[in-house]
Design a protein around this ligand. Sequence first.
Ligand SMILES: NC(=O)c1ccc[n+]([C@@H]2O[C@H](COP(=O)([O-])OP(=O)(O)OC[C@H]3O[C@@H](n4cnc5c(N)ncnc54)[C@H](O)[C@@H]3O)[C@@H](O)[C@H]2O)c1
Length: 249
Amino acid sequence: MTTPRFAGRHVAITGAANGIGRATALRFAQEGASLFLLDLEEGPLTATAEDCRGHGARVAIATGDLTRRNVVENAFATAGQIDILFNNVGQSARERSKPFHESDPDTWQFVINVSLLTTMLVSRQVVPGMRERGAGKIINMSTESAFYGDVGMVDYASAKMGVIGFTRSLARELAPHRVNVNAVAPGAIRTRAHDRLPKEVIDKVRSSVPMGFVAEPADVAGVVAFLATDDACYITGQTLLIDGGRWMI
Ligand SMILES: NC(=O)c1ccc[n+]([C@@H]2O[C@H](COP(=O)([O-])OP(=O)(O)OC[C@H]3O[C@@H](n4cnc5c(N)ncnc54)[C@H](O)[C@@H]3O)[C@@H](O)[C@H]2O)c1
């Protein structure tokens, strides 16, 4: 029997209660990792943790709003060593999304805080230890929507391109310390936000994907897991698009 890929590794995942974060937590649990899962939503977070324990993983959780510096600092104060961090929290303003000329700066602030500030605040907690140990993997969540430039999503695109700038700059800083920093940029993934869309919108999205289907959260989890392995040790500062071929670079 081969040793699971993440045996002995401590993995922190933000936004782990639902969707892509939950699928990634399960993937790491199945592959032998110990987990530190963070989210706003206590009930679903507890359920994810239980499901991960069902795969034999050791799991700690922290509930709170990760846009708040003190919440992040308190959560990581007793977290111990983190070898792999998946900065997954983020969202668009969804129902508050508007064309830019009608948009509200308070909404931009919300989107930038939840998508970019959380990524920076959480990374700040783990980077000193990774530098010191000369090892670590950070994977940040961007979106294909920022490459495409979706209408009504100026704030989201700005925040998620910010995540890519953060990824590149931090990757260059940490490369001499053998810490890899990369991003993933999913296209249409079947999560709860997607499930709330009208059928016509889903059909339109599907028909714009060369591969012809909307992917599952697990399809993103597999890519995140790959970037967290030593098979990806010579990849840093990159953004991997996971979008069925909609955007090719
Ligand atoms: N679903 C897609 O199609 C898609 C496509 C591209 C990128 N993304 C990105 O993937 C990430 C996950 O999206 P998802 O679709 O799985 O969303 P989701 O809403 O299913 O899950 C996001 C999780 O983050 C948590 N969260 C939100 N704000 C938080 C905060 N301030 N502090 C702590 N936790 C918070 C939520 O409670 C939720 O559990 C997001 O960054 C999103 O922008 C999603």
